[in-house]
Design a protein around this ligand. Structure first.
Ligand code: KIV
Length: 286
């Protein structure tokens, strides 16, 4: 399975076979290439790029042009993984026509194979319109970062009971509404593990968790959290599988030291004056 192209129906097959789906965000060519070669099933060009790539406080400022730009870079790197692009805040909420146009750009210009939208019952009609013209949609319920102001921050959802947005019963209904509208999978973010489990069990389509416990059909992490590429904050649900911040910082300090000491560049990094084959070989020119 590792080397075969992952397509949308494969995710349903993985759910049936109880084979967990591994998804990561990616925003550029080199990391997308690394993740694709490692066998990650799904790459998401998330609007989280506002926070992890640009240092903003939330995801709201991202534009469709920016997601198209990053999606193109990831699309060039990716051979096997399914590629999904996030629809940014207000690129799909104003009118279904906007949603169609913007989702179309992510697919035609960006090279995405599917789009992801945040919300449940409130966006079900838009999901229906997109899937009716064969634009595959992944939903996203629970802690939906585009609702940061309503939630009063990036807060765990589904702890209160009831039918209001963010409450436990409502979140399950939101996920079911997305499935009924034609979504092929749903991200469930920032909810207690028991709710993550309940949503995955009630849905026929795959439920992919982030901070939603271990009993879902797959997991997704923001690549910076997975790689230890953040300066300080690592959310409770994330596990750094590497320490790239520390590694990169050490490399920058070593470079700085060698430039100051004039030990870099060494002879082998300099172009020789003569053009003879031995000198060219030493200088790594060929
Ligand atoms: O934007 C993003 O990175 C996401 C993931 C957290 C699922 O939506």
């Amino acid at each position: 399975m590792k080397h075969e192209k992952i397509r949308i129906p494969d995710l349903a097959r993985m759910k049936s076979a109880r084979r967990p789906i591994a998804m990561l965000t990616a925003y550029d060519y080199p990391f997308a290439r690394i993740f694709d070669l490692a066998g990650i099933d799904v790459l998401l060009v998330g609007d989280s790029l506002a926070m992890v790539e640009r240092g903003e406080e939330n995801t709201l400022a991202v534009t469709i042009d920016e997601i198209v730009y990053h999606t193109r870079a990831v699309a060039r790197a990716r051979k096997r993984a399914l590629l999904i692009a996030d629809m940014p805040f207000l690129s799909y909420q104003i009118a279904p026509e906007d949603a169609l146009r913007n989702a179309g750009r992510l697919i035609k210009e960006g090279g995405a194979e599917a789009v992801k939208l945040e919300g449940g019952i409130a966006i079900a009609e838009t999901v229906r319109r997109l899937t009716a013209v064969d634009i595959p949609v992944m939903g996203h319920v629970g802690l939906t970062p585009q609702s940061v102001h309503r939630m009063g921050g990036h807060r765990v959802q589904g702890r209160k009971r009831g039918g209001a947005p963010g409450c436990r019963e409502r979140l399950a209904e939101d996920a079911l509404a997305l499935e009924a509208a034609g979504a092929f999978a749903v991200v469930v973010e920032g909810v207690p593990g028991s709710l993550g489990r309940e949503i995955a069990a009630r849905l026929r389509i795959p439920a992919i968790g982030i901070g939603a416990g271990s009993d879902l059909d797959g997991q997704v992490l923001v690549m910076h959290d997975m790689l230890g590429l953040s300066e300080t904050f690592i959310p409770r649900f994330a596990k750094p599988f590497a320490a790239l911040w520390k590694e990169a910082s050490g490399a920058a300090q070593a470079y700085l030291r060698e430039v100051r000491e004039r030990t870099f560049p060494a002879l082998e990094h300099c172009y020789p004056e003569t053009n003879d084959p031995v000198s060219r070989q030493v200088a790594n020119e060929d």
